[in-house]
Design a protein around this ligand. Sequence first.
Ligand code: NAD
Length: 260
Amino acid sequence: MSNAKTALVTGSTSGIGLGIAEALAAKGMNIVLNGLESADEVQELCTRLEGISGGKVIYSSANLMDPAAVRGMLDAAASAFGGVDILVNNAGMQFVSPVEDFPDDKWEAIMSLNLSAAFYTAKGVVPHMKQQQWGRIVNIASAHGLVASPFKSAYVAAKHGLLGLTKTLALELAEQGVTVNAICPGYVWTPLVEKQIPATAEARGMTEEQVINEVMLAAQPNKKFATIEQIAALAVYLCSDDATGITGASLPVDGGWTAH
Ligand code: NAD
């Protein structure tokens, strides 16, 4: 077994999670990748990350809406690496609709993936972190964990809940060498954002161009999308020993959005 630290990043086959996995790999860590793709589809990605890291990369296609699948993913990580030292709860989904039309199954799915999955993963990795008196949990929340927007009832509720979970775990683990923090990105150009543009245009009666400029970038005083690299760099910092004194924090990367 390698002496390198092991990082599990949920939802790491795309977007922000992939960027974080790449940045942690560049620090020489073993990586547990996760997403909904088949193992064959991510084989090349695993090989590329192993090249970056010099460590080992394994992949779990666990659907995080299933607590048994989460436990299976953590068992696989424990057999490969002895345990998870760094947990990044990143997987998430969005759905945009007025509340009266919001499908019940979408509400349940968003609560399950964006909030409950972080409880199940944390529950599974904390014993190892406490035992070794070192660990890092980074939850990828959102500016929507701090403020709301219309038509995103489930997402906003789940992300606010994720900040509550972050603070609670930070207090529980504060004397155990384990920090628990949340990153709250504003809009980042990823497949998740691209997919919500047509739905937001429909919900607000706007063109897609208007959604980008008058909804998304209008929320961000610097008028720029945040980048995957910016989020990944902050995640890497929070996982470092320099960040030992930061716990229970919710850190926006939103160009000033939540300063309003
Ligand atoms: P994305 O859609 O690009 O990637 C989502 C990842 O999650 C993929 O790897 C996908 O395979 C995985 N995934 C989806 N459902 C899953 C499931 N049931 N089980 C396991 N894995 C699953 O998304 P993104 O934009 O990179 O978002 C990542 C996180 O950042 C999310 O939590 C999102 O809420 C948050 N966030 C994104 C933005 C943004 O503007 N993109 C802003 C704020 C917060």
